[in-house]
Design a protein around this ligand. Structure first.
Ligand code: GRF
Length: 193
């Protein structure tokens, strides 16, 4: 059975979509742990409800953050690491050790509206401000730069004239919840062959 580790910093609705896909049998893997940089977030409650081990790694000291993150990942030894709303940069050493095994979901059509500062509502507000007619979501490999690794797959979502950042975010999130489990399953299935 493949092993998945999820990293999240927020409500964890994408994490929940992965949990649901595993329960349905759409992803043939065990979620061996959730790593987060914050206590008291929704993602932790979702993990606890599903008996998934949680490791909270405080970001206060970046040296120990890097060390603890790497140690936890080496201990859990995942086949795939999924960033689902994780708001810390992954240290280069971790990327080196788990090369090609870390993916991220981002709520825009990268390379547009990606990089430092483009997270959460900021992404959707920028899309609206620029009067884009379409946006979407992207799953990509993680490299040393924010949101810049090879694109695996994107889903286009229309931007409606009536949209504000919240309505657009909601419509894109619905697509994220389908895209992320689909790509996880594809990567793990391809690994087997
Ligand atoms: C999602 O929009 C994801 O694309 C981005 O962070 C958000 C996380 O949302 N990287 P949630 O915590 O999964 O609800």
């Amino acid at each position: 059975m493949h092993k998945l580790v999820v990293l999240a910093s927020g409500s964890g609705s994408n994490f929940q979509a992965i949990i649901d896909a595993v329960h349905r049998g759409d992803i043939n893997a065990n979620i061996v742990g959730l790593i987060t940089n914050k206590s008291g977030i929704g993602a932790i409650k979702r993990a606890e409800k599903n008996s998934i081990p949680v490791k909270i790694i405080s970001p206060d000291d970046s040296n120990s953050f890097h060390k603890n993150l790497l140690e936890t990942l080496l201990d859990w030894n995942p086949d795939l690491i999924v960033l689902a709303g994780f708001l810390r940069k992954i240290p280069n050493k971790v990327i080196e050790v788990f090369s090609g095994k870390i993916i991220n979901i981002h709520p825009s059509l990268l390379p547009k509206y990606g990089g430092k500062g483009f997270y959460g509502k900021h992404v959707h507000q920028a899309v609206i401000n620029a009067k884009e007619t379409e946006s979407g979501c992207t799953v990509h490999l993680v490299n040393e730069q924010y949101d810049a690794g090879s694109i695996i797959e994107q889903v286009v979502v229309p931007v409606l004239p009536t949209d504000d950042a919240d309505t657009l975010a909601k419509r894109i999130l619905e697509q994220e919840h389908k895209l992320l489990p689909k790509i996880i399953n594809k990567i793990l299935t391809d690994k087997k062959s």
